[in-house]
Design a protein around this ligand. Structure first.
Ligand SMILES: [Zn+2]
Length: 342
């Protein structure tokens, strides 16, 4: 999309929108102009403009109206809409917006007790299959106190995010991994399968203003932070966050502060034949990040495998420390690593 034009026009119509407020990147909220929003409360605002894939859409959680951003502009101000169409046309961004999808849901406000009715893995009896699976991975015992068994993942999620799963067919249990902010409030969670269901991980966002970073409640930015991809891997190391499906490309913000390259150590899986990983490492080196390039002596493909092979956390942390590189040195080590066949 041409976000510059879209944002410009949202700002142009905002004076016609009551209680207009920018709530985040690509998220705006105001009283719904279609239904007039709540008649009882003058301060309720349930209309949202939000981004889906590459386009902006409008949805009201009071009357259920859903349309494209263009549709909203047209409804609010047909004259401005003509300019909008023309300007998009001129810049070649007037592609057909295929079909709006309206799975967007109003952010659930963060809550500490969101999972209070679920069983912690640490509370399951020792022979319980869910507990056995986690113990077989040798996750630190203390981490089992903040991982949960969710017996019906679709149903549980629909209660928090209405209609996230339009059908409950095929509902199944998942391990819930909460993403907590510094205060311990849950702003997202990941559901990981116990069996062979696909996809292996489903991430549910409750607050779209927050970056999908796992481990904010257990790390301090006062010392170097390790950054891995998977939440479960991050549990093995001290002061480690997981970027969990978010991008390493974007600058990392923690508690509103942009993290500097020197404060972070980026750790990818040890998979030199994985093209996607190589691409990401290459890009991160070019951005000046400090990277772990695994030495030849390590044959395991990720931190969990290293633990399972008998390495201790301290041993892994030592390898990480001794094999963190940046700049030219990182490039050199990276090209050597790519040639190994793990
Ligand atoms: Zn409405």
């Amino acid at each position: 999309m041409n976000s510059y034009i879209d944002i410009k026009y949202i700002n142009l119509i905002q004076s016609s929108l009551s209680m207009f407020k920018k709530k985040g990147d690509f998220l705006w909220n105001f009283r719904c102009p279609y239904c007039g929003d709540s008649q009882k409360s003058r301060t309720k605002a349930r209309g949202f403009v939000y981004r889906k894939k590459n386009d902006l859409f409008y949805k009201c959680h009071n009357c259920g109206v859903g349309t494209t951003l263009g549709g909203l502009i047209k409804y609010v101000d047909s004259k401005t809409h003509k300019d909008y169409i023309l300007e998009r046309y001129k810049t070649g961004s007037d592609h057909q917006i295929s079909k709006p999808e309206f799975e967007f849901n109003e952010p659930v406000f963060r809550k500490k007790g969101l999972f209070k009715n679920l069983q912690k893995i640490s509370e399951l009896f020792s022979e319980h299959p869910a507990r056995k699976i986690m113990e077989e991975r040798q996750l630190p015992l203390k981490s089992l106190t903040d991982l949960y068994l969710c017996k019906s993942f679709y149903k549980f999620t629909n209660n928090l995010v209405p209609n996230k799963f339009p059908s409950l067919d095929g509902d199944h249990p998942r391990l819930l991994i909460p993403f907590r902010d510094k205060d311990g409030e849950i702003f997202a969670y990941q559901g990981r399968v116990f069996g062979k269901e696909e996809p292996k991980y489903i991430t549910i966002i409750l607050d779209h203003n927050e970056d999908k970073i796992f481990g904010l409640n257990t790390t301090t930015k006062d010392k170097g932070i390790l950054v891995v991809e998977g939440p479960l891997d991050s549990l093995f190391l001290d002061n480690c966050i997981a970027i969990a499906g978010a991008s390493f490309r974007k600058p990392l913000m923690i508690e509103g502060r942009l993290m500097q390259n020197r404060e972070l150590t980026i750790i990818f899986d040890n998979e030199p034949r994985n093209k996607e990983i190589c691409k990401q490492i290459d890009r991160s080196i070019n951005q000046g990040q400090r990277m772990v390039i695994w030495p030849k002596s390590v044959v395991q493909k990720d931190i969990n495998d290293m633990i399972l092979s008998g390495m201790t956390k301290e041993e892994i942390e030592k390898i990480i420390k001794e094999n963190t590189f940046s700049g030219v040195e990182a490039k050199l080590k990276f090209s050597e690593w790519r040639k190994t066949n793990v």
